[in-house]
Design a protein around this ligand. Structure first.
Ligand SMILES: C[S@@+](CC[C@H](N)C(=O)[O-])C[C@H]1O[C@@H](n2cnc3c(N)ncnc32)[C@H](O)[C@@H]1O
Length: 380
């Protein structure tokens, strides 16, 4: 339902997975989810912003778009920025950081534009301004202004630290997958926790895929253990927030979630991470090489894996061909009825698995690296 006090909420997506994030927003009952470049817009008020931070697994951060106006030159920006009702959402005692980007606009100097907005906030509201780059755990909130085609859109970053930080993972292995991206890949493969589908990751590193899949199946909220920038905004209502956190029930998943890795340290980390996330009873982590992998008892499910990437771990791509080949052989021989998703940056490595990948792949940009998820149907 749209009300007069609703505004646009922008959910930031991993580029390439906007439509998957949109499907998640739809499934979680947000109003008018629309995929746009770089994210998904929905309509709502502050409680929906809080709920998005708490419940959205795939979003990188949640921005509340609180004002927009035309600004053709800096004096106009200065004047109009002063008219933004800053006190409606910012507190005079909480430091504010301002980040500006300009594109295709007469105002092209982001630094000068930021200085005008900072001054407007400092003089109209009296909040202290932070000028340095943000540091983890530092108090304060960020205002993001985008000046695009002479239209200045002002957003509040309601999340603070990136939402992939669920606050359960202290230990990370080499090249961990971000939880947000892992959840979008799982959803892209049709895994949304509604069907009892076991999930296996035979090169699990710090355990991201099995832990994320177990949380989804149990109905745990991804933001349950962390704090958010919106807790420092004006109008934050701790009672409503506690109500949102307490809503819903956790259900015991009907299947289990499996991770293995040849590295003992990776398995120790996965177990510790699962413990902190509260899913250790539903997950099973074992140390062995991919060639020793056997399918777990029970119904077939989804194998999802990101083996070492050529470039990222500094390994020669050719040297990885036997590993990808062994993965494919093991799965073809022992995983009839299972679907397989292999995520890699190099098409020739995916080919080396000799798995029957179909049309359902997707490519994304992950930390400057282009990676593709290759997906099979049920193996014969
Ligand atoms: C890119 S990392 C996976 C990261 C993981 N998805 C995460 O979120 O932390 C690749 C993993 O493959 C493991 N690995 C490499 N060769 C292996 C093999 N032959 N058998 C099993 N695991 C292997 C490495 O130890 C490493 O943890």
């Amino acid at each position: 339902m749209n009300t007069d006090s609703d505004f646009e909420i922008f959910m930031v997506a991993t580029p390439g997975l906007e439509s998957v994030l949109c499907a998640e927003a739809q499934a979680r009952g947000f109003t008018n989810p629309t995929p746009v470049k770089g994210g998904v817009t929905v309509a709502g008020g502050w409680p929906e912003v809080w709920r998005a931070n708490l419940e959205m697994r795939g979003a990188t951060r949640i921005l509340a778009r609180v004002a927009s106006f035309r600004a053709f030159h800096l004096a106009q920006l200065d004047k109009r920025a002063r008219r933004v009702p800053w006190a409606d959402f910012l507190r005079a005692d909480v430091p504010v950081r301002v980040e500006v980007s300009c594109k295709g606009s007469r105002i092209y100097h982001a630094g000068a534009a930021a200085q005008r907005i900072q001054r407007a906030i400092a003089e109209e509201l009296g909040a202290p301004i932070i000028r340095e780059a943000p540091e983890a755990g530092e108090p304060g909130v960020s205002i993001k202004a985008r000046i695009d085609d002479d239209l200045c859109t002002i957003s509040v970053d309601s999340s603070g630290e990136s939402l992939h930080k669920r606050n359960h993972k202290e230990a990370v292995h080499k090249a961990p997958m971000r939880e947000t991206l892992a959840s979008l890949f799982l959803r892209h493969c049709g895994y949304d926790g509604r069907e009892p589908v076991p999930v296996v990751d035979p090169m699990c590193g710090s355990g991201t895929f099995p832990i994320e899949a177990a949380e989804i199946a149990a109905g745990l909220k991804p933001g349950r253990s962390r704090s958010f920038a919106f807790e420092q905004l004006a109008g934050f209502d701790p009672a409503v927030w506690q109500g949102l956190r307490a809503a819903g029930t956790v259900t015991e998943p009907a299947v289990r979630f499996y991770g293995s890795d040849r590295d003992a340290g990776a398995i120790a980390m996965s177990r510790a991470n699962a413990e902190r996330a509260g899913v250790s009873v539903w997950t099973d982590f074992r140390q062995h090489s991919v060639s020793d992998l056997v399918a777990p008892e029970g119904p077939p499910g989804l194998v999802i894996v990101n083996p070492p990437y050529g470039a990222r771990l500094g390994t020669d791509r050719k040297a990885l061909v036997p590993l990808y080949h062994a993965l494919g052989q093991t799965l073809k021989q022992g995983f009839a009825g299972w679907r397989v998703a292999v995520i890699t940056n190099e098409p020739s490595l995916a080919q080396a698995t000799e798995l029957p990948f179909g049309e359902g792949g997707v490519s994304v940009s992950n930390g400057g690296l282009r990676v593709t998820l290759h997906l099979t149907g049920a193996l014969g």
